[in-house]
Ligand binder design. Structure first.
Ligand SMILES: NC(=O)c1ccc[n+]([C@@H]2O[C@H](COP(=O)([O-])OP(=O)(O)OC[C@H]3O[C@@H](n4cnc5c(N)ncnc54)[C@H](O)[C@@H]3O)[C@@H](O)[C@H]2O)c1
Length: 253
């Protein structure tokens, strides 16, 4: 642990068994938070907890499917019974879903992506906000994407969900800014995580993705986590309802 931006805070990260969520959990712990690592994948979650403890941080794993309202409720209830409060939440869990043009897009794929990537953020915020209201406030960071601002051919469900995440982030900020709860969204460009590793293995697609980022490379999970930590912390005390890209310049053209 080498920072104190989140000292004595209790922080929850969903989708924290892998990729960006794991990097956020590690960065939260580095800044002094007690971290609740949540995911549907317990073995990856145990690895994240072990990585946090290896850097002298504090973390526990709680299994929850963000697409199930009962799970979202039980997760926050468990955080409250363990730590008595919830100060920070990063709604990060998400999936890529099928790739197909709209006329061919599978309906079950649409429902699945919207359930996890959009409804999951809504279910999570409902319980998180209720918990934060009990202790006078908190900070929520929702994981959108550059596809929360622009489209990507063949990814209609993902793009719709991420635009929706930006929208409900703004609504939550409007509803709770006077109650001490800040709510923001971040928009990563393409980041090297297990979610995009299949795309990276296709040389043509990989070259196209790299070329889409003016910096000439994909991002790293830790680069997203640094923005999330700042938005989660009191350093961002006048920031709410905002959407911050972290995208190597993807949206600049
Ligand atoms: N990697 C990128 O290029 C990129 C870009 C923009 C946004 N994002 C977003 O960042 C977030 C994390 O993505 P990542 O790249 O780290 O992917 P990842 O696949 O490495 O990690 C996603 C994690 O979410 C978990 N998860 C999936 N469904 C879940 C559910 N129903 N309930 C709880 N956990 C669930 C998975 O088990 C996994 O551990 C996602 O919301 C994704 O859309 C990723």
């Amino acid at each position: 642990m080498d920072g104190n931006m989140l000292k004595n805070k209790v922080a929850l990260v969903t989708g924290a068994s892998s990729g960006i969520g794991r990097a956020v959990a590690l960065a939260y712990a580095r800044e002094g938070a007690k971290v609740v690592v949540s995911d549907v994948n317990p073995s990856g979650g145990a690895e994240t907890v072990a990585l946090v403890r290896a850097q002298q941080g504090e973390a526990v794993f709680l299994a929850a499917n963000v697409g199930q309202p009962k799970d979202a409720q039980a997760l926050v209830d468990h955080v409250l019974s363990t730590y008595g409060r919830l100060d920070v939440a990063c709604n990060n869990a998400g999936i890529g879903g099928p790739s197909a043009p709209i006329a061919d897009y599978p309906l079950d794929g649409w429902d699945h992506v919207i359930n996890i990537n959009l409804s999951g953020v809504f279910y999570g915020m409902q319980r998180q906000i209720a918990a934060m209201l009990q202790t006078g406030g908190g900070s929520i960071v929702n994981m959108a994407s550059v596809l929360g601002a622009v489209g990507f051919a063949t990814n209609s469900a993902y793009t719709a969900a991420k635009h929706g995440v930006v929208g409900i982030t703004q609504v939550a900020a409007l509803e709770y800014s006077s109650k001490g709860i800040r709510v923001n969204a971040v928009g990563p460009g393409f980041i090297s995580t297990p979610m995009v590793s299949k795309l990276e293995q296709d040389p043509t697609l990989n070259a196209m993705l790299i070329a889409a980022h003016p910096m000439g490379r994909l991002g790293r999970a830790g680069e997203v986590a640094e923005l999330v930590v700042w938005l989660s912390s009191d350093k961002a005390s006048f920031v709410t309802g905002a959407y911050y890209p972290v995208d190597g310049g993807y949206l600049a053209r």
